[in-house]
Design a protein around this ligand. Sequence first.
Ligand code: ATP
Ligand code: MG
Length: 432
Amino acid sequence: MADRAAKSGTQSFSRIKGTQDILPADMPQRHLLEETIGAVMGRYGYREIRTPVFESTELFQRSVGAATDIVNKEMYSFEDQGGKSLTLRPELTAPVVRAYLQNNLGKELPLTRLYYLGDLFRQERPQKGRHRQFGQFGAEALGSPYPEQDVEIIALAWELCRAVVPEGLDLRLNSLGNPEARQAYLALLKQALAPHAAAMGDRDRQRLETNPLRLFDTKDPDTQALLDEYAPLISDNISDEDQDHFGAVKAGLDSLGIAYEHDKKLVRGLDYYSRTTFEITSAALGAQDAVCGGGRYDGLVAELGGPATPAVGFAAGIERLLLAAGEAFRLAAEQPGLDVYLAVIGDGPRAKAPSMAGALREQGVSVMLETLRRSLKAQLREANRSGARYTVILGEDELAKGVCTVKDMADGGQQEVGLEALAVRFAELLAS
Ligand code: ATP
Ligand code: MG
């Protein structure tokens, strides 16, 4: 390849690091996942929304928060010709809330249930299950402050992840309380850890300064040990109302028979979360084992200039779910088979073939047409390779008689069929 490019003086190109080519063989699983998402979301009353791939950089700075990894170092931002800073979306909650406000969706319904599916962009270090362009789907319920709404979102996320990965999923849950109580807690946390700052790596020491809650995400075992020994836990430092809310969420999950673990060290990356936070992980994955994350974000709508609106949602990673997909899901995602390979020999048949194929396709029959003018032998080999259920052969003699030969590829049986009757005949054959 490289040689050929060098010889001809042309350049050859590779995809950009961290991006993926999703090949035809990968598509059936993606399609099945997309269908499942649409069907399950529909059964819960969520409607799809699509927003642009890029937004103003400020939207993410305001919502995701300046002290997060996403905003600090993962965003693909650029200036357009007018000098405006734009960013390829690194997440979809902020764009969905922006669209919800801009299109007045909250005025139509007191409770708005939306779902999305699309690609995100984050400049992370690529590894298994971590890409720079990747797919996510998620749901947002805007309007209800009550725990039953948290329960609905968690149940929806759980059902969708389980549809792809029926075994080995774990749901972990925590409460981050309300933002006011969190300020007091963060002060407490800083105070407790400040004497040990010198024992931390640079990155964690910086987190302690700017975003101490994120210390709980550390991969550094020394910091983890410090946290275990000295850090107060957020869910022990939330208000009574927040405790009640969390209790009601857990009771709601219990009543649905959804098992969870209260993970007191679970905090989530984005600044805008309040109260419930949750994560679903898969035992089938390695280091990148989170397939889904979500929670309540009661302050975000107001932060983005809207009326105070409680909200809760989740986002799940498509590639990671597909990596962890169970056998049943993989088997169900079969490539749709080809019905007919149309082999033609001679000028007359070649001229006739496109309209024949058209008549078949009108009946819902899938047809692949020979366009390489190969020998009959080569065409029959191709028909075999294509996996078609039938091969239809049309030569000059047959055309003159107004017939073609239909070969059943499963048993090799052949019959002559009149050209006029062919499309109807196939519709019957394939229906049976
Ligand atoms: P992680 O801790 O793995 O970085 P995150 O907290 O950044 O995840 P979210 O922003 O909550 O993840 O996104 C929700 C889901 O999107 C994750 O659970 C994961 O399945 C998926 N995801 C996140 N980042 C990537 C990525 N770079 N490549 C592929 N999938 C990703
Ligand atoms: Mg991340």
